[in-house]
Design a protein around this ligand. Structure first.
Ligand code: PMP
Length: 339
């Protein structure tokens, strides 16, 4: 007898097709450096390839503690920040989850996959720069979880520390997603000393050019980290990925220099485009965001597509990852019509 299977209707994760100049996923325009890669591969221990390697290794935890200023007990890792986000949905099946759109698209995709209903409290202000604190402080309590990227994705703006503290005071679990931390140099991780209901997430995908390696980390109080570790898959991040992350942290000065270059390019793009009549948010991430209505946004995307440049369109505007200087030049000249 043929058995008819039924599947849930789930939203798909569908990134834009790869193109010559791909500025849709906020990847680092610079490759992971050859010299560091070669050294990591030369030193790989084949014994560690065949065993179930600790995830996280003590060595990596040590390096993360040093980088973040947090004790090892407050840190764990994930198969990208995405796995951590996914697992947080699984950790609290009885809680009410909130996001503030425009926000990171995977929150709603993972909520659907894990069977969680998401609640929305949109950002306010002309540039979507402000949290709707009146509404949030009314709806949030000990039974809520709020995901908040800081800098925000897709607008790139930072939220005030005092606003985040106000959210924490509601008793809700606040998940501060600092995926773009290195480009803003602003972190509220020290609030972990004051609040038990805070989780901070970061990644090696952006500032450290390791998106394909899938490695992110979570920081929270010891009890939450223990719970996360017992829920997640035991060997979630590979030995090689951990060694590459470790090497990145051992070469911080190198990556800091590259991050600075991206930040300078971001500011250059913001300045030239605003001077030419575009309305941009004050992004502190590795992308810019142009506010535009649907028709205008579509027109801009098509213009860029004709130059083989792929960006991401949102309901509120267009997000363009900061690329290499010559790629940014082409974006600028295409947009302002001087090429
Ligand atoms: N959080 C935010 C806000 C992001 O933009 C991204 C990636 N685009 C992630 C998390 C996921 O990062 P990872 O590559 O570490 O899974």
């Amino acid at each position: 007898m043929e058995r008819k299977m039924t599947f849930r209707q789930l939203p798909k994760y569908e990134p834009e097709k790869r193109s010559e100049i791909y500025l849709a996923l906020n990847e680092n325009p610079y490759d992971f450096p050859d010299e560091i890669l070669e050294k990591v591969f030369k030193n790989l221990d084949t014994v560690k390839l065949k065993i179930y390697y600790d995830s996280p290794s003590d060595e990596l935890l040590e390096a993360l503690a040093c980088y973040t200023g947090q004790p090892k007990k407050r840190i764990s890792i994930g198969n990208g920040a995405d796995e951590i986000i996914y697992d947080i949905f699984l950790m609290f099946p009885d809680m009410k989850f909130y996001v503030c759109p425009p926000t990171y698209s995977c929150y709603s995709i993972f909520a659907s996959a894990t069977g969680v209903k998401l609640n929305y409290v949109p950002l306010i202000g002309e540039m979507y720069e402000k949290l709707n604190l009146d509404k949030l402080t009314k709806v949030l309590d000990e039974n809520s979880v709020l995901f908040l990227p800081n800098p925000n994705n897709p607008t790139g703006q930072l939220f005030e520390k005092s606003d985040v503290e106000m959210l924490l005071s509601t008793g809700a679990l606040i998940v501060l997603d600092e995926a773009y931390y290195e480009f803003s140099n602003v972190s509220y991780v020290e609030l972990l000393d004051k609040f038990d209901n805070l989780i901070v997430i970061r990644t090696f995908s952006k500032a450290f050019s390791l998106a394909a390696q899938r490695i992110g980390y979570i920081m929270a109080n010891e009890e939450l980290i223990e719970y996360y570790n017992s829920l997640r898959l035991p060997y979630n991040v590979s030995y090689i990925s951990q060694q590459l992350a470790l090497a990145a942290l051992e070469n911080l000065a190198y990556f800091k220099k590259r991050t600075l270059r991206i930040v300078q390019e971001r500011e250059r793009m913001k300045e030239i485009l605003s001077k030419n009549g575009f309305k941009l948010t004050d992004s502190k991430a590795n992308f810019i965001f142009i506010l535009a209505q649907d028709d205008e946004a579509r027109c801009i995307v098509e213009k860029l597509e004709r130059q083989n440049i792929t960006v991401r369109k949102f309901e509120q505007g267009i997000r363009i990852s900061v690329g290499k200087s010559e790629e940014n030049d082409l974006v600028i000249s295409t947009l302002i019509g001087k090429s």
